[in-house]
Design a protein around this ligand. Structure first.
Ligand code: ADE
Length: 189
């Protein structure tokens, strides 16, 4: 690495002309990832939503579904661009969520198992509908698998999977509509 390069500990990302340098973050003793955090980044979120909406223009979907937390602004922006409502799968159960559905997922950023809940009202909103699953980064596929499980339980059909970035093994994510691919960074112990 070049010590004079101020971005030597980052990975470049360009979405629809919006440039960012993603900081590298160690998530396991032997692995770092380039962290994409769109929270607070209206310009990047907007650029991504506009580009994804274009890529999804020919897909017939009724509802956008995302999981807490970092991708919520993307789902909101895509909702505005596409005119479709969005649903958020939650990480904590609240009493107002009624007869929610739930399933487990393993997070690469925390290394911990998490539960995803589908609120009873959202369950009714997607039953028998075509959904687009949306995430900021599709990485290990654990969140995506949990989202698919909940969609099957709720009798919703997955019409598309879309993300700002795929990560890791690009071939594994050929089905994902994505705007960029992030490598992972093996570290020597
Ligand atoms: N590169 C990444 N940035 C943010 N969240 C992630 N989750 C998995 N990979 C990620």
């Amino acid at each position: 690495m070049n010590p004079t390069d101020s971005h030597s500990n980052s990975h470049p990302l360009n979405i629809n002309g919006v440039q960012r340098h993603l900081p590298l973050f160690k998530v396991q003793p032997d692995l770092a990832i380039a962290v994409l955090n769109i929270l607070g980044d209206t310009e990047l979120t907007e650029a991504a939503a506009a580009a994804l909406q274009q890529r999804m223009a020919d897909i017939d979907f009724d509802v956008i579904v995302t999981a807490e937390a970092k991708s919520i602004p993307l789902a909101y922006a895509l909702s505005v661009h596409s005119g479709r409502p969005y649903v958020v799968l939650r990480k904590n159960y609240k009493s107002y969520m009624g007869e929610a559905l739930s399933t487990e997922t393993l997070s690469i950023t925390t290394g911990k198992t998490q539960t995803l809940y589908l609120d009873a009202k959202d369950r009714a909103a997607i039953q028998g509908r075509q959904v687009a699953l949306v995430d900021d980064v599709v990485s290990t596929g654990s969140t995506l698998a949990a989202m698919r499980t909940l969609m099957a339980q709720a009798e919703a059909e997955v019409a598309a999977v879309a993300a700002i970035c795929t990560e890791g093994n690009a071939e594994q994510w050929a089905e994902v509509i994505a705007l960029a691919h992030l490598p992972v960074f093996p570290l020597s112990a």
